[in-house]
Design a protein around this ligand. Sequence first.
Ligand SMILES: Cc1cc2nc3c(=O)[nH]c(=O)nc-3n(C[C@H](O)[C@H](O)[C@H](O)COP(=O)(O)O)c2cc1C
Length: 316
Amino acid sequence: MNILVLNASPKGKNSTTVHTALYLQALHPEHTFTVLPVGQRIKSYEKDFAPLRHELEKADLLLFSYPVYTFIAPYQLHRLIELIKADGVDLSGKFASQITTSKHFYDVTAHRYVEENCCDLGMKVVRGLSADMDDLLTEQGQREARNFFDQLMFSCDHGLFVTPPAKAPQREKTIYQPVLPKTAKTKDKDVVIVTNYAPEDENLQNMIGDFRAALPFESRVVNLRQFPFAGGCLGCFGCAITGKCVYKDRFDEFLRTTIQSADAFVYAFTISDHYTHSSFKCYDDRQFCNGHRTVTHGTPIAYPSAVTISTRVTCG
Ligand SMILES: Cc1cc2nc3c(=O)[nH]c(=O)nc-3n(C[C@H](O)[C@H](O)[C@H](O)COP(=O)(O)O)c2cc1C
């Protein structure tokens, strides 16, 4: 079987997770494993997807290998899924599974996210392995990895896979039209609306417009797509002591002076690919530079997505 390991960890060959895939590769010379450091190559695939398309087309089984980052998959994997969908490469009928390492904090959410996206692509999804960071160093962890692989091969041989979720019924797209008049604002509070709307996302822009009109305070809109991120979090822990990120794109300064300085945060985004656009994931992961410090403790936060804003405004 041609197994393509999509190593979405930003650490490439130093990834903890990919070592489980390498362990399985060593045990199974009867299969052809190709291991690609897609997490590290994401910028090059943005420029030219052809080399990855070629590998994807050759594979019988895609094995996503990645760490859980900030409650779900790392930015690099979110971006990869966007690129795969945008390219339109036909993956239907291929098998897909996944290996993660984490501290099991929202690993279930990450697995569901990958499963649902693979189902969107018409793939046959086999449940993955969620290992702890150091499981591969233990006898039991190694046994679990071997059992996972045996079951995976059995599932591929016998055509056993997850039942894809029912498709949502097609609905006509309606664009929310702003209805609220502008009112006078007080400067008592500074509210920042953090969004990632695309220029063509009129729906979300109009909803934000009405939200701001209803708000008694002055508000600012920060669109994450406009921030020149040098890349996703590298998981290097360089920030752990100093709170300074190794990237030179000044995101940590932007976070502290433009966002964390506000009296309240509102996140406004449109759901896509079972999350929202990857720009938001980049923002979320890069907040690791807070170094697990409770920097915004007590600040009110709201996160109405496009659907909720629309419901609230219609009902209100
Ligand atoms: C930015 C960042 C965010 C993380 N978020 C989570 C998380 O939400 N849940 C969790 O269980 N572990 C989390 N972890 C721990 C990683 O999942 C864990 O260290 C993983 O084994 C790293 O795998 P890798 O070496 O293959 O990249 C996070 C680590 C980093 C660096």
